[in-house]
Design a protein around this ligand. Structure first.
Ligand SMILES: [Zn+2]
Ligand SMILES: [Zn+2]
Length: 353
């Protein structure tokens, strides 16, 4: 089987040959159909996230079951269409046993891939840029009928993270005003869920007009191009003093400060973009006196994946139009370039023969 290997940071991935993985008792062997190219993979490729090289990246995976370990034989059968919705967990800590596996602090790691000759290659996160992989059964979700297998690959990351932000972190109620700074994949999905949940107005903020146009298609009622104006003041003007719920979907300390300042007294500022390792300076600590809640988002809960897959099946949300490009695995480095240059809303890499 083939997989894409990162040997050195800032260098292209290389397609190489591997042995088929050994299936553990609690594992399921899947033939990967698609694996999304996410900004997080690119951060890894650029050395912003520490890991041991060489490594196989990729964490937005869908595929077909081709084998099961003893412990999973009753749960899955060959031919089942699945998507990966969770990350590794310990299964024993207070988070794991209370349905909050997304907060588990003692995650296990996938076994390395082995090359003919015995060389080991680390799996970063799930290691989904491959034709075949083993994965613990608890991480897999069967696809409802009618849900496209390639499109479903992105559900377990960017789509469900946005859902978790709107539903659980911000606890958005119908009629509340909302602002989203950053209209990439997560931001646009956040806007779509805000629309489904009944927010109004829904204000999209970005510095690229093309992204603001896309935001309108997913439900933004107002757009602000922040390249020439003060986004905080513009949001306050549109919401009589601040949004009930505001969202940062980039992972940038400057825009994180902006969402806190553009939230009304008593409202909630939700920081979706990862700020790990960065310093967050708030221009005005008056948020405390205004009782603004600052909320974080860590991936998703198991129930989020189930609910979102149902919403996709029922047509209550649209994910097809997000997948603006599909790349054969031989062109995986073009996918990286396109995400870099903002040429795609979401791109997926296809791993079929
Ligand atoms: Zn992702
Ligand atoms: Zn745990």
């Amino acid at each position: 089987m083939k997989a894409a290997v990162l040997h050195e940071f800032h260098t292209p991935l290389v397609i190489e040959e591997f042995d088929m993985p050994t299936v553990g008792d609690d594992d399921v062997l899947i033939q990967v159909a698609a694996c999304g190219m996410c900004h997080t993979d690119i951060k890894v490729q650029e050395g912003e996230i520490p890991l041991q090289l060489p490594a196989v990246l990729g964490h937005e995976i869908s595929g077909v079951v081709v084998g099961t370990g003893k412990g999973q034989a009753a749960a899955f059968k060959e031919g089942d269409r699945v998507t990966v919705g969770m990350r590794y967990r310990c299964g024993r800590c207070k988070y794991c046993i209370s349905g909050m596996e997304n907060l588990c602090q003692t995650r296990t790691q996938g076994t390395p891939y082995i090359q003919p000759g015995g060389a080991e290659v680390t799996r970063w996160n799930l290691g989904g840029f491959t034709q075949y992989m083993t994965i613990p059964g608890y991480m897999l979700f069967r696809l409802p009928d009618g849900v496209d297998i390639e499109e479903s690959s992105v559900v377990g990351c960017r789509v469900t993270t946005a859902y978790n932000a709107v539903k659980n972190a911000a606890q958005l109620a119908p009629g509340e005003s909302a602002a989203v700074i950053g209209c990439g994949g997560v931001g646009l999905n956040t806007i779509q869920f805000l629309s489904v949940f009944g927010a109004y107005p829904i204000i999209a903020v970005d510095v690229m007009d093309s992204k603001l146009e896309a935001a309108k298609r997913y439900g933004a009622t107002h757009t602000i191009n922040a390249s020439g104006i003060d986004a905080v003041e513009a949001i306050k003007d549109l919401t009589s003093g601040g949004a009930d719920k505001s969202f940062e979907a980039i992972g940038n300390p400057i825009t994180a400060d902006q969402v806190v300042r553009s939230t009304r007294a008593g409202g909630t500022a939700t920081l979706i973009g990862s700020l790990v390792g960065q310093q967050l300076l708030l221009k005005d600590a008056g948020f405390a006196f205004r009782e603004v809640t600052i909320r974080g988002v860590a991936m998703r809960r198991t129930t989020d994946v189930i609910e979102v897959l149902d919403m996709v099946q029922q047509g209550r949300i649209d994910i097809s139009s997000f997948i603006t490009k599909r790349y054969p695995y031989q062109d995986i480095n073009t996918a990286i370039d396109d995400v870099h240059q903002g040429n795609v809303l979401m791109g997926v890499v296809l791993w079929g023969d």
